[in-house]
Design a binder for this molecule. Structure first.
Ligand SMILES: Nc1ncnc2c1ncn2[C@@H]1O[C@H](COP(=O)(O)OP(=O)(O)OP(=O)(O)O)[C@@H](O)[C@H]1O
Ligand SMILES: [Mg+2]
Length: 481
């Protein structure tokens, strides 16, 4: 469908209305975005600019647009909201929070008839992000679900520590990424967010209450669509989120009192926080006037204890638990090579060139879209462990990598992005009505065609049908129901 162009409306080479040159607000402009058909409502964009990737439910028109090899998320939204969200996402990134990266706000759009169009907020597509609808699919193991809940709780606590009140926590507004055996959660929708110096307990409870209501609704929708494992109950899932949040918050910020004979508890607190992945930047230590009672309270804690250390040593930018795993491997390497006395950064460099890089460069380029490098390395280490057990001797890394590529990586769906995997299900039997807008549902009915159940995370090696899971859409199922 081509939009009728007004008499003086500028057209692009393909005849699409481009409108007057719109205004770009951007800290890091990508010039390739400028010639796109901004004079056309996002919902009517020609498919040559779009990619079909899974995404959550949204009130606004959201599309993934592709320029060169870069994919962006584009959301059509009123001007003040677009600018507010752009700035907030910018602040969150600056503060080191896991959130999508804002790229631009395109405003001043006018259609062929001279009617103004809402601005578009552009964010960089978060590669390797997993949509929650495939993560909570039937058959997913209970502890996988608990890890997903933990990832959400950590994200919420991190945001609250920074004084960010989200105001719209929901499963659709969170993206998950693999993080070794766990997940890392990212914020994707900051529209309703507010950044304060510090949140009051009331503000935090309010946010948690919103999370509770929204996520309960999300789980009920999944349940109604037959997408939630029967062993999982929406109410107890949200209660778990709440109780884990309180536990984590107490550990991160709580006051602890003990007698002067228990000074080791200062060290223990710091270690516990490190084990949770946090560094203590300021610990307030107070002694009672008689010197008998000590109280400690962390005042500033920063997430990313392990990932910062790995970054400092090797320059690798990874998720927290991936970093933990890689650092353990680095320690093993140091012991095996008898480098205990060598400088840590020298050993790290040696590990990088003798262990990490050979594994990553042995991955065929066409398979590199399936996992990010740190996750590949983590999975190769797991694979090697099983291989060594099987063969009753330590398997060399290179051999394990070959086996991993052959047995695991080859069979996995592409997580970076893949039109084919995501647009069609069951080799093309079930097609989305509009692959660029999954909320419209499927051409034919999926009912009664649940297919085999797999847990892609615990059973990674055993042929996953995630393509199927990734295009299921709660909205569509709800409508059909
Ligand atoms: N940069 C991105 N990377 C990956 N996925 C994205 C990105 N931007 C948006 N999405 C996907 O698009 C969906 C909708 O985006 P978003 O939540 O911003 O829209 P919305 O209309 O504001 O939602 P709401 O209804 O919660 O207000 C998200 O759930 C997410 O799955
Ligand atoms: Mg949203």
């Amino acid at each position: 469908m081509r939009r009728p162009a007004g008499r003086n409306a500028p057209l692009d080479a393909a005849g699409w209305h481009t409108g007057p040159v719109p205004r770009f607000l951007s800290a890091k402009p990508d010039a390739r975005l400028i010639p796109l058909p901004w004079g056309t409502p996002l919902a009517e964009w020609p498919v040559e600019h779009l990619v079909a990737l899974p995404r959550g439910i949204s009130r606004h028109v959201v599309r993934f647009i592709k320029v060169g090899d870069q994919v962006y998320g584009a959301k059509e939204v009123v001007e003040h909201v677009a600018i507010h969200e752009y700035r907030l996402l910018h602040d969150l990134r600056r503060l080191g929070t896991p959130s999508v990266e804002p790229v631009a706000v395109v405003s001043g759009r006018v259609d062929a008839d001279g009617v103004p169009l809402d601005p578009v907020l552009i964010t960089r597509h978060l590669d390797f992000a997993l949509p929650y609808r495939s993560l909570f699919s039937p058959g997913v193991r209970h502890d996988t679900v608990m890890r997903l809940l933990d990832a959400m709780v950590v994200l919420l606590a991190r945001l609250h520590l920074l004084g960010f009140m989200w105001g719209d926590v929901s499963l659709s507004n969170i993206l998950f990424r693999r993080d070794a055996d766990t997940f890392a959660a990212y914020l994707v929708d900051a529209e309703t967010g507010e950044l304060h110096d510090q949140l009051t307990d009331g503000q935090r409870s309010h946010d948690l209450e919103i999370a509770r209501v929204n996520i309960f609704g999300d789980f009920c929708d999944l349940e109604a669509g037959g997408l939630l494992d029967e062993s999982l109950d929406p109410l107890s899932l949200v209660e778990t989120i709440e109780s884990r949040y309180h536990e984590l918050w107490d550990e991160l910020t709580g006051l602890e009192e003990f007698s002067d004979s228990e000074l080791y508890r200062i060290e223990s607190r710091v270690r516990r926080l490190n084990a949770l992945g946090f560094d203590v930047a300021e610990l307030d230590i107070q002694t009672s006037p008689d010197g008998r009672t000590i109280s400690i309270q962390p005042k500033v804690v920063d997430a990313g204890h392990h990932s910062r250390r790995l970054m400092r040593l090797t320059g690798l930018d990874t998720e927290e638990n991936q970093a933990r795993r890689l650092l353990n491997d680095l320690d093993t390497f140091r012991a095996r090579m008898q480098l205990q006395d060598a400088d840590e950064s020298v050993v790290a460099h040696q590990w990088l060139t003798e262990c990490f890089e050979p594994v990553i460069s042995a991955i065929p380029p066409e398979l590199s879209g399936k996992r990010d490098p740190a996750q590949i390395y983590h999975e190769v280490l797991d694979y090697r462990w099983y291989m060594s057990q099987r063969e009753d001797r330590e398997a060399p890394l290179v051999k394990a990598t070959k086996g991993y590529v052959r047995d695991v990586l080859n069979t996995l769906p592409d997580e970076a992005m893949s039109r084919d995997v995501l647009v069609t299900v069951d080799g093309g039997d079930h097609r989305l009505i509009n692959p660029y807008d999954p909320s419209l549902g499927f051409v034919d009915d999926l009912e009664g065609d649940e297919g085999p159940v797999h847990d892609p995370w615990e059973e990674a090696a055993e042929g996953i049908d995630a393509g199927q899971a990734e295009v299921l859409d709660v909205d569509a199922l709800r409508r059909r129901g």
